[in-house]
Design a binder for this molecule. Structure first.
Ligand code: DP6
Length: 366
């Protein structure tokens, strides 16, 4: 059974109380083609393309207690610390968006333990990894409660659907490698409601991609992604952006059918700079790039010109720079990072990450 947008599920709930626990680890992802702007029930204004990371992930375990009487509650721990402000937020998402698809949540107490491999203060958005891990745990709980199994592809698709309802970019953290979210007429299975893997459309060369996450500032950002997305609704450049992003995606997917193509980094950088351009030109406008981000970009331009190595940068909605490059250039690029870029990172912090295999079910104490 695949969840459908805007169709609440009718389920006959179990007639016996039950307890258990489940755990998943799920990665963060970095978008090459950016999701920016949403409408309706967490639907994207444009399609996006990303790859899942290997080292930056969240591990979430949930102890659940289902009862035949309404008993919905949740406790949320990050490491050992209970985070009550986020409990409220998550309960809001459950009430507003998840109950219609997972009606058993009304009868279930959840104790959630979550841990990130990357430091909380690293300025890395954890919502994609945290929310995808949460969604996967919920689907596993459903399987246990109903003593039934989704087919493997249904399980992942539904997890991506539920993850999207929690945080848009989280739907792209389920499958390993490259994920596409958003409906594209050329790609049969693609949908605004969940992400699909697109590794079969891409030359295997792109699996050797690395992401050096250069932490320019570890401070939490002042403007949330949700606020940013909502500013796209009346943005004067919205129509132009949608033409641009669709062209960029088409070009990117075509390019990535072949190894090592010259336009790959040009498109990625165009997406990153456009994202920040849209933020600056929204009303009210805001600026997330810091002087250190610009210093790093300048160094990347110079290094690329001088060394003729294929590399480039992207950025999320924050000041940190993701330097993307391929395995074959690892040695030269690492030297470049150490010698020229770490001076612009807060306390010299960076995360040496690369493309990873996607989410994995784990044992609760693993
Ligand atoms: C700039 O997924 O964090 O990283 O759906 O409101 O939770 P919500 O937003 P979120 O937006 C991330 C946007 C981005 C670009 C991208 O990942 O595609």
């Amino acid at each position: 059974m695949i969840f459908l947008t805007n169709e609440p599920r009718k389920l006959k709930l179990p007639s016996k109380s039950m307890e258990g626990n489940v755990a998943w680890k799920s990665p963060s992802n970095i978008a090459l083609i950016k999701y920016w702007g949403k409408f309706g029930e967490q639907l994207p204004m444009n399609p996006s393309l990303s790859f899942t990371l290997k080292k930056s992930y969240t591990k979430t375990s949930i102890e659940y207690a289902y009862s035949t009487k309404k008993s919905k509650s949740l406790k949320l721990y990050l490491g050992r610390k209970r985070i009550t402000n986020f409990e409220e937020k998550l309960m809001g998402v459950i009430n507003k968006r998840l109950l219609q698809y997972l009606p058993w949540l009304d009868y279930t107490q959840l104790k959630i333990h979550t841990e990130n491999t990357f430091p909380h203060s690293a300025g890395i958005a954890s919502s994609a990894s945290a929310m995808s891990a949460f969604a996967l745990c919920l689907l596993s709980i459903e399987e246990e409660l109903f003593h039934s199994k989704f087919q493997k592809n249904e399980f992942y698709r539904n997890a991506s659907f539920i993850a999207r309802l929690c945080s848009g970019s989280a739907c792209r953290s389920i499958y390993g490698g490259y994920n596409l979210w958003g409906s594209l007429k050329e790609i049969v299975d693609s949908s605004d409601a969940y992400a699909v893997p697109v590794n079969n459309l891409i030359d295997p060369f792109y699996n050797s991609i690395h992401d050096a996450i250069l932490i320019v500032s570890a401070r939490e950002k002042d403007v949330s992604s949700s606020q940013g997305h909502s500013l796209m609704k009346n943005h004067p450049f919205a129509a132009g952006r949608h033409l641009q992003v669709n062209d960029n995606l088409q070009m990117m997917l075509k390019d990535m059918q072949n190894k090592d193509t010259p336009d790959f980094f040009r498109i990625i950088e165009n997406e990153a700079l456009s994202l920040h351009g849209l933020m600056m030109s929204s009303n009210p406008g805001y600026l997330l790039i810091k002087p250190g981000s610009l210093d790093i970009i300048e160094k990347i331009y110079n290094f690329r010109e001088k060394e003729n190595i294929a590399l480039g940068f992207t950025m999320d909605a924050g000041p940190n720079i993701h330097l993307l490059y391929f395995d074959k250039d690892k040695k030269e690029v690492r030297n470049f990072i150490r010698n020229e870029l770490l001076q612009f990172c807060e306390n010299g912090q960076w995360i040496d990450d690369k493309l990873g295999p996607g989410a994995q079910k784990v044992k609760i104490n693993e």
